[in-house]
Design a protein around this ligand. Sequence first.
Ligand code: G6P
Length: 609
Amino acid sequence: MCGIIGVIGERNATPILLEGLKRLEYRGYDSAGVAVNHKGEIHCNRAEGKLINLENRLKERPLIGFSGIGHTRWATHGAPIEINAHPHRSAKVAVVHNGIIENYSELRQRLMADGVVFLSDTDTEVIPHLIERELALGREPELAIRLAVGYLEGAFALGILIQGVEDKLFAVRRGSPLILGLGEGENFIASDATPLVPYTRSMLYLDDDDVAILSRDGVRVTDLEGNPVERVIKQSKVSSDLSEKGSYRHFMQKEIFEQPFVLGETLKALLKPMDNRVDLPDLTSAIDLSQVTAVNIIACGTSWHAGMVGRYWIESLSAIPVGVDIASEYRYREPPIIPGTVTVVISQSGETADTLAALRYAKSQGQKVIAIVNVPESTISREADAVLYTRAGPEIGVASTKAFTTQLMVLAALAICIGRQRQHISLEQEQGYVQQLLQVPDLMERVLDNDAEIFEISRKLMHANGFLFLGRGSCFPIALEGALKLKEISYIHAEGYAAGEMKHGPIALIDEDLPVVVVAPRDPLFEKVVSNLEEARARGGRLVVITTDQASEGMVCQADDVISMVACGDLIAPILYVAPLQLLAYHIAVLKGTDVDQPRNLAKSVTVE
Ligand code: G6P
């Protein structure tokens, strides 16, 4: 799972490749590398770790060439060390790869039996050798590539250079995303449009088993038999601005504090102006929500937590059953498809491989699919029947924050919309809920004003070896999200639990060393949460309670620390109550000195299953 880029044109490829890799680093940052095809030789430079290491190497040893490929890696096969960095080579071929070659082990054995010496532990390295073997048999480069690809099983997007063929850059796609950018006297390949928009807006999206042959003056696309295929060229509207941190220390911090604004922007696009009503014309014209009898929500990671909150909302506002699935489980479970069910997939990036596969499965079973996506023109947004966009803007920090709360905003609007279409809620109720949503940006601003207080609590808790997060009802997924945020960026083990379930296991963990963070809005389940809190207190647990001033009065004596919240309606509590948990994780991570924006082993977009 990685980012790939390639260019062929009239200017030096290396700066274009490096700039592109910066924009693709969200897909992985275990190592990076580039190769250029110049004067009958392929020259490669690779470095372990973040892109900056490669940049420094290239300063010492610049690479010049007019066609080239680049790669930023998230390790799947083989440790994140230099020998496993892409591009991978044979004598005459260099390849960058995003995806997984599932039968690489068998191919590797066969190639080794033929005398091939492998230099890396990757699945990718079989590809240049397979192409090389075909070239050695006298095949033309294009045919050699097509024949070699015929041996591969799995998912791949490939950029390929062939020594001595400087006027061509080759690309192949199956499963993993790959697009072509069509410029003036130069053409490009990339995993997504973001690295290409500084040079061109004309994008050609490859289909599975397309082979592309790029030259300076044009591109040609064929199928695996070599027959020409036509693909539509689209004009990208993706912003070419590269996000900056501004005065913030980290992107994650910036993104947490952007929430009041982006929540407002997201909400604006979901409402009928001046009317306090949800208005989703693109969705309601594509799917008749009044006929929907069940909803199935599918996502991964933080987006899955958003889906879990969505379940509470949709079930209570529209009285239809909602299932929530982890995409990697759903896609292989062969779930029976019940007529009348609509599938909702949620993805910040719109590229997560498992979520995409789940979308395709649901569509193949005749279900309509609604996508809640942040990145415009992403694969999931292109393949869904209807798209509801979160307007979080680019999210750079690997730990998702503003994308999550804007997903919640969209899900709340969707729940209201289904409830109304199914006539389960009245116009007055709808307007009341919308009133709550309209308060979110201001209330979020006030929640974030507690930053200094949360920092002080973080200082007290930063040495803990483990945390328990508890919540109930629609704030149970918020407890899960709080635990996930802490794990992702501070590397402290944390568990999120439904507060009522704590006594069935995790209570055994509680002692004075285990902080228990309790998400306790003043909602109908508040008294129940207080009882759970007392159970934890009775075992000596160190309690941090997130609740309103008014509610905290009765529990100050029980809590070691209280993070005070603004009073809010029940519907919007999960959106607001996650913010202190984001800040808690952020401050603890900063205090521990971890790499907050690019935590170890993670990637922003997971494009392998
Ligand atoms: C990765 C990211 C998470 C994200 C998850 C799902 O694990 O690090 O922040 O929640 O993927 O990504 P998606 O883009 O589909 O929301």
